[in-house]
Ligand binder design. Sequence first.
Ligand code: NAD
Length: 510
Amino acid sequence: MTSAPAGLPEKIQHYIDGQLTDSVSGEWFDVLEPTTNETYIQCASGDKADVDLAVAAAKRAFDEGPWPRMLPRERARILYKVADEVAAMNERLGAIESFDSGLPIRQAKGQAVRAAENFRFFADLIVAIEDNAFKMPGRQINFVNRKPKGVAGLITPWNTPFMQESWKLAPAMASGCTVVLKPAEFTPASAQLWTEVMENAGVPNGVFNIVHGFGESAGDSLVKHEDVRVISFTGETTTGQTIYRNCAATMKTMSLELGGKSPAVIFEDADFEAALDSTLFGVFSLNGERCTASSRLLVQRSIYDRFVEAYVERANKIKVGPPSDPTTELAALVHPEHYKKVMEYIEIGKGEATLAAGGGRPDDLPEGNYVQPTVFTDVPRTARIFQEEIFGPVVAITPFEDEAEALDLANDVKYGLAAYVWTNDIKRAITFSQAIESGMVWINSHNVRDLRTPFGGVKGSGLGQEGGYRSLEVYTDQQAIHVTLGDVHTTRFGATGYSENDPGLAGPGA
Ligand code: NAD
């Protein structure tokens, strides 16, 4: 067994009602280290029994505890402490995340800073947010009573796991919900740090719970639990579809952030070097395991050959190596199962398009989940590598003649998460962006986010949008309270006589 990085316990356990616990069943699963695929730690394998305990603890904390009843400022103070605790563990988190998920250490570092920012942002928002009141002078006042929904189930993927978890934990907890987190089974290690963070910040027991385990058991039980009022899920589109169906039985609110096959459209007037840098980073950073990766490059025919040549030259120079090496740009994929899937797509691609770079394992890295940066060119729109999410360091490049063809190609997939448009023609940049079927578009940039903006996809990329106040909408109900001022006018059923002023069914009107 390879040894675990410093800062992790011997085994990874669930966290329920403020206590680290084994599974009720006593089951464990192996967690692999991506550069050797050896087991380095064991993780408690939860199922329905553990989910039942965690949801019961979260429900108790919601029904009886202080968390949903605190003044926004009080809760915000605790969330600020959470943020400080998270930021203080940047080095430690970076090392654990990189070891566990195979992310290059240079890219794993900084995840804590970003995660901390999520907590500060939502702490600020709950203090500043306004709710509506509607006045009808002399007759009625109506106001919105925003209420946390209750127990929130948070189900997260293995790419940038800690950051993804923070993106759900922060708005859910800020809203006053209590939570059960089900981290991805490939990468459960960094979730363990939350237990320390929450305790040090003074989050009351039961507000934050973790159940580890497989999607089909722990995840499924959380989705189906009748006391869970909202599920926020990030993961594959097919899993999202299953969860969508399973939420119906208990009529839960859902937020689904799913897969993508995002186009970067590069027009002939684009800033060539900037587009080159950005589209290389967009698909090869985070090992290509990135939902918003620019995995399809659509390049205008007049600059196509020049762009492809420059792109391939740079892709061949990307440094593939161990995640712990600070000079590594692309490291090991998360798990052998995922590695196999990516390699299968590369083989499929060889029969569908021209392989221009990479195409297999680097010669100098005989073990572990390493893949060369792989570039396919002249990829037809019918190709599976054009249509399907690979979620690895593989890019499909396709030429287009004009704007109409570019738009047609951009939209001709089942996904609609992100898009990137490269042009210096302002009119084209905006009209083209508006016509793209995607939840987010970046013009002359890769994915750099402002936390206030909507985040989410359309079509196969998701349901519902988070980001800014929209995240709070996922975790709260808005109850309308109507108050009569003055006299109430009611049609008098059963009373004798008919009044000229009988209001019938009409309300007071706006
Ligand atoms: P996945 O769907 O396999 O798993 C995600 C989570 O769901 C895991 O915790 C898993 O255990 C759980 N799960 C699996 N089956 C379940 C079920 N039946 N019921 C309940 N839970 C279940 O996804 P993954 O492979 O971990 O992550 C990669 C995917 O996530 C990619 O498709 C990527 O695009 C997507 N992603 C999307 C975004 C976004 O914001 N749109 C962000 C990151 C990743």
